[in-house]
Ligand binder design. Structure first.
Ligand code: ADP
Length: 168
């Protein structure tokens, strides 16, 4: 698998799937979630509402992933995953690693060969970027998947630099 890094916006990626750093309600939020729904149009939210009404009545638990259409985005699918909120007192890194593994498993089910990831949990959920980068890269590297490109899309220049040094 190729692991690539870009400094950019997840909503612009022409990969088969893009990952949303969702919250467990699946009904939208800020950050990546807000950008995906804004640019992807109402079809994504409509499918999220159907998921809430069927399989995910209690919401999507942290560490899990589920796919919807990508609506108007250049990707074919959005894979929604819910990162853990960072805690300085409890080690939740297994949950963060699970987000990446579960996204790749869903991508395999879809037949998606390329997946673009944001830095899950590093926004409002407060995870320190260097630790999040290390966990994300290790999880993707060690996953058993048919995905041939995992692209990390870092919105801020300093986040890109942190991922680049973690990749080396
Ligand atoms: P979380 O709730 O999992 O912390 P956020 O969406 O708040 O998720 O933030 C996750 C990361 O994504 C942050 O580092 C944030 O700067 C970054 N980010 C915000 N908007 C975008 C975007 N359009 N494309 C890629 N990354 C983004």
């Amino acid at each position: 698998m190729d692991i690539t890094l870009v400094h950019g916006d997840i909503t612009q990626q022409k990969t088969d799937a893009v990952v949303n750093a969702a919250n467990s309600s699946l009904l939208g939020g800020g950050g990546v979630d807000g950008a995906i729904h804004r640019r992807g149009g109402p079809e994504i939210l409509a499918e999220c509402r159907r998921l809430r009404a069927s399989h995910y009545g209690g919401g999507l638990p942290a560490g899990q992933a589920v796919a919807t259409t990508a609506g108007l985005l250049p990707a074919r699918w959005v894979i929604h995953t819910v990162g853990p909120v960072y805690s300085a007192t409890e080690d939740r890194s297994a949950v963060l690693a699970s987000c990446y593994r579960e996204c790749l498993r869903v991508a395999d089910d879809l037949g998606a060969a390329s997946v673009a990831f944001p830095a899950v949990s590093t926004g409002v959920y407060g995870w320190p970027m260097d630790d999040a980068a290390r966990i994300a890269l290790a999880a993707v590297r060690s996953a058993s998947t048919r995905v041939s490109e995992a692209r990390f899309v870092l919105f801020a220049r300093d986040a890109y630099d942190v991922f680049a040094s973690a990749l080396r």
